[in-house]
Design a binder for this molecule. Structure first.
Ligand code: PRP
Ligand code: URA
Length: 209
């Protein structure tokens, strides 16, 4: 099992604190989610292969590096994962985007799929799945199950806050998937919410309740 990569850059820590604060309103919350996503994208793409190409600067001909290898697809898990998409696309604008819609049943806390639309060449791309919250891990696991049914390999999962329970479940079910998170919290409460967490990410992004 690969260990979760906890991105504790001071900028991420600072912005996660603002996200946790219950007095942060939807507009600022949305902006912060995108800013954290952009910072996380920087780390999650660190191992992208590069190749040397020849270019001409105003001064001379030289060799310089560009990204090579497989193309990328971002897969936000609806709804809350959508909040991270713009931040990711700012850094990798040519990526394709697939959507997987899941909601957690409030009684069973199990994920229910209601939407799935993926790029045709999804199995030829490196995949970065986006969801701000990894609680029980059920939603992330189901989304990744679905991607593997389509033949996807090289899958990464990027979340902003993770619970130990979710990380353990992911490591058990998808040991090949590298998880990146901005903070590792204490535990889940009786309603399977992350403690201390930030509440319901989707509701805070979209101002619903
Ligand atoms: C939240 C969150 C994750 C899921 C995490 O979504 O965005 O998708 O819960 O919980 P889990 O790890 O226990 O599965 P939610 O079901 O609230 O839907 P939403 O994004 O539409 O608000
Ligand atoms: N989903 C959320 O949005 N927050 C949690 O703490 C758990 C699941």
């Amino acid at each position: 099992m690969s260990k979760p990569f906890i991105m504790d850059h001071p900028l991420i820590q600072h912005k996660v604190t603002l996200l946790r604060d219950k007095n942060t309103g939807s507009k600022e919350f949305r902006e912060l989610i995108n800013e954290v996503a952009m910072l996380m994208c920087y780390e999650a793409t660190r191992d992208m292969p590069v190749k040397e190409v020849e270019i001409e600067t105003p001064i001379c001909i030289t060799k310089s590096k560009v990204i090579s290898g497989r193309k990328v697809a971002f897969i936000p898990i609806l709804r809350a994962g959508l909040g991270m998409l713009d931040g990711m696309l700012k850094l990798v604008p040519a990526a394709k985007v697939g959507h997987i819609g899941l909601y957690r049943d409030p009684q069973t806390h199990l994920p229910v799929e209601y939407y799935c639309k993926l790029p045709n060449d999804i199995n030829e791309r490196d995949i970065i799945v986006l969801d701000p919250m990894l609680a029980t891990g059920g939603s992330a696991i189901d989304a990744i199950d679905r991607l593997k049914e389509y033949g996807c390999g090289n899958i990464k999962f990027v979340c902003i806050i993770a619970a130990p329970e979710g990380l353990e479940a992911m490591a058990r079910k998808h040991p090949d998937v590298q998880v990146y998170c901005g903070a590792l919290d204490e535990k889940l409460n009786d309603h399977k919410y992350i403690v201390p967490g930030l509440g319901d990410a989707g509701d805070r992004i979209y101002g619903t309740k």
